[in-house]
Design a protein around this ligand. Structure first.
Ligand SMILES: Cc1ncc(COP(=O)(O)O)c(C=O)c1O
Length: 401
């Protein structure tokens, strides 16, 4: 059974039990529910050395700090990602370099990465956009060739696979958010994973003073365990209970969502005027963070997209324009904030004109499909698409593409 916020009734019971038993509400040494959650995540996602944090952003900040890159180094990032994939780099005195993406799936373009590399480049951060894995083999090869670190932002990609391998196992560090909209929910929370114990220990020191940092093996780093690096990024134990309990349902929920969305794509494939999201054959979409087909609109009618969306909504389809734009339109990347520390370090570089991103965004639609949806409702959405687009007529009549 699922409660009003989309979480399982058993999770509500686990939280109540945790509180009634008088369990700790602050855990500094990574024990108890923190330890249990971290082991469960490792097992579930096929990753190693998980460090839970207070948010995905905190985990990303810890990852950049752990990489210990020279001040002023450039970090190449996809222009379509959520800002927090790369904004913590700004807080480490690093320079985000925004590059273009694949028009099919919004994932970083390996060719754009190659073009953007300079002698200051030290790192690439990729986001498996909406659950679709990036070209990991090619990106990893570029990183090896140029001696660059690789961060995988897997926040959208719970249980996604690339050529049979789980995402998050190729980069030096991988990061997941467990914020309330994600496939695995803590409410607010995140975690990182790395095969490299040195990176793990540095990430620990970044945001987990005392308990966890006292176990760091490198004596030169351990000397700072009383304070860590001055940040506090522990996960709240109640958030850990929620995530631990929800994680038990993850595989089943992801399978159910895949079934619903595969059916929706199969139906949309045959409807003129709409294109389902393209998924490459060698990837698994995991939890499909968001379902985004593309409308085919008439180039000479600027209102076509809006009119079609409104008609879909009237027909009962929960469709809307995706709410967050790409990073090249955001002030944080286009001008320096009027703050002294920013003036000293802010050096983002935009490798426009981002034709791939514009093509990716053009006439994209977000269709909300939740845990409460059924196959019948999915069929009804597809029928509504067919009716609305038939009545609209115009572009792509006679063929979905
Ligand atoms: C791709 C991506 N990276 C990072 C984050 C940041 O995670 P959090 O909100 O937990 O800080 C998000 C959150 O929306 C995200 O979508």
């Amino acid at each position: 059974m699922v409660g009003g916020s989309g979480i399982a009734e058993s999770t509500i019971e686990e939280v109540t039990r945790y509180l009634k038993q008088g369990n700790p509400l602050s855990i500094g040494d990574g024990s108890g529910i923190i330890e249990r959650l971290e082991r469960r995540l490792e097992e579930l996602l096929g990753i190693e050395n998980v460090l839970t944090c207070s948010s995905g952003t905190a985990a990303l900040h810890s990852a950049y700090l752990a990489l210990d890159l020279p001040t002023g180094s450039e970090v190449i990032a996809p222009v379509t990602t959520f800002h927090a994939s790369v904004t913590p780099a700004l807080q480490c005195g690093l320079a985000p370099v925004l590059v273009d993406v694949d028009p099919d799936n919004g994932n970083i373009s390996p060719a754009a990465v190659r073009e953007a590399i300079t002698d200051r480049t030290r790192c690439v951060v990729v986001t498996h956009n909406l659950g679709h894995p990036v070209e990991l083999d090619e990106i990893a090869a570029i990183c090896r060739e140029h001696g660059l670190n690789l961060i995988e932002d897997c926040s959208h990609a719970y249980l996604s696979t690339y050529r049979g391998r789980p995402v998050g196992t190729v980069g030096d560090v991988a990061v997941w958010s467990m914020q309330a909209a994600k496939t695995l929910v803590a409410g607010e929370g995140g975690f990182l994973a790395t095969k490299d114990r040195t990176l793990f220990e540095r990430a620990c020191l970044a945001g987990h003073y005392r308990g966890r940092s006292e176990r760091i093996t490198d004596p030169e780093l351990r000397a700072f365990s009383d304070t860590g690096m001055g940040l506090k990024y522990r996960l709240h134990p109640l958030a850990a209970v929620i995530a631990w309990s929800e994680a038990a349902h993850l595989v089943e929920r992801v399978e159910r969502r895949q079934k619903l969305l595969s059916r929706l794509s199969a139906r949309l494939e045959d409807i003129p005027g709409v294109r389902p999201p393209r998924v490459r054959e060698d990837v698994g979409m995991g939890g499909w963070f968001s379902y985004r087909p593309t409308l085919v609109t008439s180039g000479d009618d600027a209102t076509c997209y809006e009119r079609t969306v409104k008609a879909l909504q009237r027909a009962g389809v929960p469709a809307h324009r995706p709410s967050i734009g790409s990073l090249d339109s955001m002030p944080l990347f286009t001008r320096t904030p009027p703050l002294r520390h920013a003036e000293a370090t802010w050096r983002p570089r935009l490798c426009g004109p981002f034709e791939g991103a514009r093509a990716y965004e053009k006439d994209r639609l977000s269709v909300t499909v939740t845990a409460e949806d059924t196959v019948d409702r999915i069929e009804a959405y597809a029928d509504a698409f067919a009716d609305v687009l038939r009545e609209r007529g115009g572009p792509a009549a006679g063929g979905g593409r």
